[in-house]
Ligand binder design. Structure first.
Ligand SMILES: Nc1ncnc2c1ncn2[C@@H]1O[C@H](COP(=O)(O)OP(=O)(O)O)[C@@H](O)[C@H]1O
Ligand SMILES: [Mg+2]
Length: 418
């Protein structure tokens, strides 16, 4: 048995360019859009894709571009650009508990920390003071609480940005505001109105070197559009699809290169192929499988035997939890049955018609739970009427286990008893 620094990072977004693999096309699109800020023609963007496909890591490369644009641009094949991306990047990762106020306050705090000008500090303090009631409400439970409307918040926020911008304009090429995991708040808050108001006000206020970047599950944009259809036109989508297998291999190569300890071990070619194949283009799965394969190895060659043990470990440790939380979120019942039907089919892609026949339910009865699973990122809509389980290991796990079977039996029993 040995101890070694494991170069793989399950569940941690990549935050530097050295370890960031693939995505050359999407990065090129990103660079082109960000470059427009220079010409006072900023584009707002939305990085969209399934859970674990690499959205947060991709968004983090905006900061890489600021930190060392030469390295990134050279690798993407841009001719020498005599231009630095001197942006200030302000990021917030949304959570279920966020409100529009907490998101905006977090962004303003980011501005305070990164800009550090006294005049801005005083103004932002006054501004946050105004929202104090709202922010303290969960603890205080004040009856006087009056929610601020999102457009009110938006107008105040744009004022703050203007004030901050005027302090740094001479040393800065632009601001990029990032709200990651926007799907978590797309339906529970009025963030859509806030985004609409702010992006419009930026134009009115001639703040034309400010861009907003959203990150979220594919369905997030649809949810925002339900509130304000025009949001679809304001945000340029950058869809992240599962990686090609070359990119998957690069994920492993880059992780190995980045580690000081790795000269002492290597991957066998067949192990590499197997991991990449199994991961189905999801870097999250590559990182998980490789992490455990490295942990299990005892002869400095990561081979199929180590991968096999990694699969068992990932399936048992992680997928069981994931499935459990999926049911807590979506409710069991029909969801479980749909997942089971999807997993049991020999093809990855399964038609709605097949599911409906297998479960003996009309298609319109299963379309709403399926939409829920898609929104949660558990199921991917391949094309109209065709679905697959997003995560192949989760699929494997469901195929192998009888727990769903038990659950379904129990519910059938209850139904019959009614
Ligand atoms: N381009 C990439 N190169 C290497 N690893 C990546 C890349 N993109 C994502 N990962 C890894 O995959 C996992 C999921 O990435 P993340 O960016 O958090 O995905 P998402 O935000 O879409 O859920 C993380 O462990 C991350 O380190
Ligand atoms: Mg993410």
């Amino acid at each position: 048995m040995q101890l070694r620094a494991n170069p793989f990072r399950p569940d941690k977004p990549i935050d530097n360019f050295e370890q960031f693999a693939g995505r050359a096309h999407e990065l090129t699109v990103l660079v082109r859009l960000l470059y427009q800020i220079r010409g006072h023609n900023p584009r707002h963007l939305a990085v969209l894709g399934d859970r674990g496909v690499g959205k947060s890591s991709f968004i983090n490369q905006i900061q890489s571009l600021v930190d060392d644009s030469a390295a990134l641009l050279r690798q993407l094949g841009f001719d020498s650009v005599d231009y630095d991306f001197r942006f200030l990047v302000f990021k917030h990762v949304a959570s279920q508990h966020d409100t529009t106020e907490t998101i905006v306050s977090a962004l303003i705090h980011e501005m305070e920390t990164k800009v550090r000008s006294d005049s801005f500090g005083q103004r932002s303090k006054k501004f946050l003071e105004k929202w104090k009631f709202t922010l303290q409400l969960p603890m205080v439970g004040s009856a006087e609480y009056q929610p601020h409307s999102s457009s009110e918040i938006g107008i105040d926020f744009v004022d703050m940005v203007a004030s901050c911008w005027s302090d740094v304009e001479s040393q800065c090429d632009g601001f990029v505001f990032i709200i990651d995991e926007v799907d978590k708040v797309a339906l529970t808050t009025d963030i859509a109105s806030f985004l609409k108001v702010t992006t419009e006000k930026f134009v009115d206020a001639k703040l034309n070197r400010i861009a907003v970047c959203l990150g979220g599950l594919t369905g997030a944009m649809e949810q925002l559009k339900q509130v304000h259809p025009s949001i679809g036109r304001v945000f340029e989508p950058i869809p992240l699809r599962p990686m090609r297998s070359e990119e998957g291999k690069e994920v492993i190569r880059k992780a190995l290169q980045s580690s000081a300890d790795t000269s002492s071990f290597r991957f066998s070619l067949s192990a590499l192929d197997e991991v990449v194949d199994l991961a189905g283009g999801f870097p999250a799965l590559i990182q998980q499988l490789c992490f455990y394969a490295v942990e299990h190895d005892d002869d400095n060659i990561i081979d199929e035997k180590d991968v096999k043990r990694a699969i068992d470990e990932v399936v048992l440790r992680i997928k069981a939890d994931e499935l459990d939380s999926a049911f807590k979120e979506a409710g069991t019942g029909m969801t479980a049955r749909i997942l089971k039907a999807l997993a049991d089919h020999d093809d990855l892609n399964v038609s709605l018609r097949y599911i409906s026949e297998t479960l003996d339910r009309k298609q319109n009865e299963i379309s709403s739970p399926i939409t829920k699973l898609v929104r949660m990122g558990k199921v991917t809509r391949v094309e109209r009427g065709v679905y697959s389980i997003t995560d192949r290991l989760l699929r494997q796990y469901i195929r192998n286990l009888d727990i769903l079977e038990e659950l379904i039996q129990r519910e059938n029993g209850e139904e019959l008893a009614k």
